[in-house]
Design a protein around this ligand. Sequence first.
Ligand code: GDP
Ligand code: IMO
Ligand code: MG
Length: 427
Amino acid sequence: MPSLSVFGAQWGDEGKGKLIDLLSRDADMVVRYQGGANAGHTVVVGTEKYVLHLIPSGILHPSKTNVIGNGVAVDPFKFLEEVDGLRKRGVHVDGTNLRLSANAHVIFEHHRLIDQLSERWRGEGRIGTTGRGIGPCYADKAARTGLRVCDLLDPDHCAVRLKAALAEKNALIERVHGAEPLGLDAQLDRYLALGTQLAPFVADTGLEVRTAYREKKRILFEGAQGAMLDIDAGTYPFVTSSNTGANGISAGAAFPPRWIDRAIGIAKAYCTRVGEGPFPTEQKNATGDKIRKLGNEYGSTTGRPRRCGWFDTVAVRYAMEVSGADGFIVTNLDVLTGFDEIQAAVRYAIDGREVRDWPAATPDFDDIVPVYASHPGWTEDITRVRRYEDLPKNARAYVEWLEREVGAPIVMLSVGPEREQVISRGM
Ligand code: GDP
Ligand code: IMO
Ligand code: MG
């Protein structure tokens, strides 16, 4: 398949890093198109564990081109820190296999500061952001006051734009938030120096990705976050600030929507969420604690305990439809081993009415009561299973039930964090 979109179909942390690394073997180019270092994508190779934040999860395969598209919010400091960390571990990273869009917006120190300061004002409406400056950076992009990577490469231009931006941000930081303003000269020096270090990676990535497609190269688009955190389709305002599914590729990678040949969602066999906001199937009880313990559900970026609950077919069906997904991958099936009973939401009851479609325009999800279907569990260790027919009968019954409820084929199953721990079903 020349171009393939792989995105999270829940609230993030579905196992995208592991699958993108695996699928990179059959790709020439791996492209991030949205989000920033709020992402934490884990790849486990033998005893080595890599957590990638900004750099695409294809980077561990030496011959692949990795692209950070124009839609990504790039913190230059985090970018260089990640490059450095990978190099120290023997991973080849330079301007030949990592390309950074000249048009990507830059996350500055004032964005990170304002992200953290604004949360204090939100009270009950606190989002629980990762504090990486994502929202303020995308807000400036939309307000046309942001600076892009190309601006850092032109000192005079950068001075003018950063001066104007920082004057306004400092007024906000000082007068609204009562915090210390940032010094323009120090910020300018710092970011121009970072810009110099970014220069070898900078490219017109849109042109490069489109050219690769025209040359019949295989392109893999790596989603960050999850569809339910999408700024338009997700549980607004408890979302991130970008379009996280296949819907974000066109704008965020300068890639025509009609050139996206296939889209595949990823969902855990249960569900997790980090941060605040609606999560209808959340289990704030011993079941949720058990899932967290068995699945080691702690944030890859912030270390926060993830909220845990059952699979939600209403949400996943919706997420799949918004991205036009052809199928999905179910991860962490092994984590459900040992549960007597596995539940999954099939419908929601809202004010005594039952709905099967995601209630998109609902301002408050507190009144939603999920209606569950129950499935018998299994006790056999499935982490070494590689053929579908070798899975316990009850595991297969659960998988096939999910397929029917979501209305799309499950093309692969993941039964452990390592590369090889997968069961292919026609991926
Ligand atoms: P991402 O943000 O979607 O890339 O996911 P994260 O890396 O934040 O979180 C997924 C976690 O689950 C990581 O610790 C992975 O190593 C781990 N993982 C991925 N697939 C599986 C699986 O099939 N089973 C188990 N037990 N862990 C998995
Ligand atoms: P990956 O790519 C899970 C959540 C935050 C918060 C909300 C907004 O690893 O799946 P932000 O910092 O983006 O403004 O925070 O979104 N969030 C994630 N949750 N996985 C992620 O990325 C996330 N990136 C952001 O917890 O609720
Ligand atoms: Mg993650």
